[in-house]
Each structure stands twice: as structure tokens, then as C-alpha cells.
Design a protein around this ligand. Structure first.
Ligand code: G3H
Ligand code: 13P
Ligand code: ZN
Length: 306
């Protein structure tokens, strides 16, 4: 099978991106894989350390092994935001296709040292490595993003050269979770362009890319949820990042969580007599599949790229 780097290169050339979708149960994993198969798209299925603890690492690798056989699509298992060498090593040893070492909170030299160590270990076993430079912030910090949390392009070049990582997550204004922006969503495309001048064709990654569909949020709130009025990344901006820049991997978790929640809430409210969990989980799962499928088709341009 072609590896992730093959698809990163292809994505860069053709102006699409691979979706990296987080899951933390079997239903989520199957929803993502079914959407990828349906659209003949490569896909990255991502687990955080929290998801590893929740599901159990051996369950994850076993389920993904079966999913890779069952679904006709290139599926890559990725560790999202690995916090330590040990965590990344564990994922590599378990047979993950790709790991992220997220040492972005550490001083530059420490980030370099740790990311380099992970890359050296993972590469010996043919596993791809993503690292992060710059820091994604929460809503409160969005306004202060001028103050040095964005990725520094010159540092990015040095970082990639010193560490040997395969891809780099950059901070250009996105953030994790549902409450990303206080006002209008904005991304720093000038920083992306600077990075690309110094690192031509190098695979870049966008975290915190959920668009947080206001209609889906409204539905959840109307079903008794209390999500308030979150603001995500305008999909026009995400699309620009992947079509006009070297962004080849786009991470989404929050949109899937909200969609899953909508399905479960709706089912429980519409059928209060039901207590068979398979029935309400199925609606959350179907929602999640639809979100992944729509992103593949309408945002990532990765349909037909398997
Ligand atoms: O980027 C982080 C993902 O959304 C995973 O979040 O640590 O709550 O599983 P989690
Ligand atoms: P969202 O919270 O925007 O979905 O970002 C997810 C992410 O970056 C996972 O690594
Ligand atoms: Zn992330």
C-alpha cells in the first residue's frame, strides 16, 4: 500500500488535503472509514492520548486492522498530540502509520530535541512523524495572537532541518474546540506563504480546523444542549489553505463530536421509550459519517484520490 508521504505529495500537487478525523469508539471509526470508502478517498483516523486511554490501545490497533481490511480505502492510523517520547514509541511499536509529537509548549531547543528523537525512532520502523511549532490558543488568546504564538517561519525552517520530521503543524490562527473566535474568523496566510518560501513543498498541517456549523449547533441547543454560540473556522479559509498553500492534512474532531451529540439527543427525545443504545448511537454515527463525507467532497477535495 502507498504510504502517507505518497498522499501528502499527491495532495500538494493536486490541491487536496487528507482529512484527519478523531475517533474514540468503534462507531466513530466505522463512520469515518465508511465515508472514506464511499468517496474513494484516503483518510487518516486519529486517536489522542485520551482516546487511547478510553478505548485501550490494543483495541484501537485491532479495530483499525479490521477496518483496513473491511473498507476499500487507504486508511492511516495516527497518534494525535503525543506528549512524550514514550507515548510516541508505544504507538510506533503498536504499528501506527504515523505519530505526532507535540512538544510545542516546550522551549524551541527542547522541542527540536524531542521531535528529533521521535523522528529517529519512528523512521527506523517506517512510521511518519508530525511535529508542531508555534502554539494554538483558546478563544481568549485569539485576540493576542499577535504576541508570538504564531509559527515563526525562520524557526520552522531550522526546526524541520534539525529534526527530520515529515510534516509540520503550524499555528496560523486556528485553535482546538468549539469556541475559536470572538469576532470574525481570520487566518494568517502571510505566515503560511513565508513558511512555504523557506520550505517549498513541505507538508503542512492545520489543527483546530472544525468549522462548527451554526445550524448543527442550533439543533443541539434546540434539543436541550447548552453549547451557546461557538464560532469555528470559515470553510472558505480552510479551502484556501489547502488549495493555494501546502496544507495537506486538516484535523477535525469538534465537528464530529457536535454531530454525534445531535443524533443521540434527537433519538432520545424523539423515542423516549427506547432504551436500546444501538438505536440512539446509530443516529450519532450516521451524522458523523455525513459530516466526514461532506468534508471529503466539498472541503478537502480528496474524493476520488484513493
Ligand atoms: O486536538 C485534540 C483532539 O480534539 C483530541 O481531544 O484529548 O479530548 O481526545 P481529546
Ligand atoms: P477541532 O477541535 O477544531 O476539531 O480540532 C481537532 C484537532 O486539531 C485534533 O488534533
Ligand atoms: Zn490538534
Amino acid at each position: 500500500m502507498k504510504d502517507l508521504l505518497f498522499y501528502y505529495k499527491k495532495a500538494n500537487k493536486k490541491g487536496f488535503a487528507l482529512g484527519a478525523f478523531n475517533f474514540s469508539n468503534l462507531e466513530g471509526l466505522k463512520a469515518i472509514c465508511a465515508a472514506a470508502e464511499e468517496n474513494k478517498s484516503p483518510v487518516i483516523v486519529a486517536v489522542s492520548e485520551g482516546a487511547m486511554a478510553f478505548m485501550g490501545e490494543e483495541y484501537i490497533t485491532s479495530c483499525v486492522k479490521i477496518a483496513k481490511k473491511e473498507f476499500k480505502a487507504p486508511i492511516f492510523l495516527h497518534l494525535d498530540h503525543g506528549q512524550s517520547f514514550e507515548s510516541c514509541k508505544k504507538a510506533v511499536d503498536l504499528g501506527f502509520d504515523s505519530v505526532m509529537i507535540d512538544a510545542s509548549a516546550l522551549p524551541f531547543e527542547d522541542n527540536v530535541r524531542l521531535s528529533k528523537k521521535v523522528a529517529a525512532y519512528a523512521h527506523k520502523k517506517g512510521v511518519q512523524v508530525e511535529a508542531e511549532l508555534g502554539q494554538l490558543k483558546g478563544t481568549e488568546d485569539n485576540v493576542t495572537s499577535e504576541h508570538g504564538h504564531f509559527t515563526d517561519p525562520l524557526q520552522a525552517k531550522t526546526f524541520v532541518e534539525k529534526t527530520g520530521v515529515d510534516s509540520l503543524a503550524v499555528a496560523i490562527g486556528t485553535s482546538h474546540g468549539a469556541y475559536k473566535f470572538k469576532g470574525k474568523a481570520e487566518l494568517k496566510f502571510d505566515i503560511l506563504s513565508e513558511i512555504e518560501k523557506l520550505l517549498p513543498s513541505f507538508p503542512l498541517v492545520l489543527h483546530g480546523a472544525s468549522s462548527v456549523d451554526p445550524k448543527m449547533v442550533e439543533r443541539v441547543n434546540n434539543l436541550g444542549g447548552k453549547l451557546g454560540s461557538p464560532v469555528g473556522v470559515d470553510e472558505k479559509l480552510t479551502k484556501k489553505a489547502l488549495t493555494e498553500h501546502n496544507v495537506v492534512k486538516i484535523n477535525t474532531d469538534t465537528d464530529l463530536r457536535i454531530a454525534f451529540t445531535e443524533g443521540v439527543r434527537r433519538s432520545l427525545i424523539e423515542k423516549p421509550e427506547n432504551f436500546d443504545q444501538r438505536k440512539y448511537i446509530a443516529l450519532g454515527q450516521a451524522n458523523m459519517r455525513e459530516v466526514v463525507s461532506n468534508k471529503i467532497k466539498n472541503l478537502l477535495n480528496s474524493a476520488g484520490q484513493a
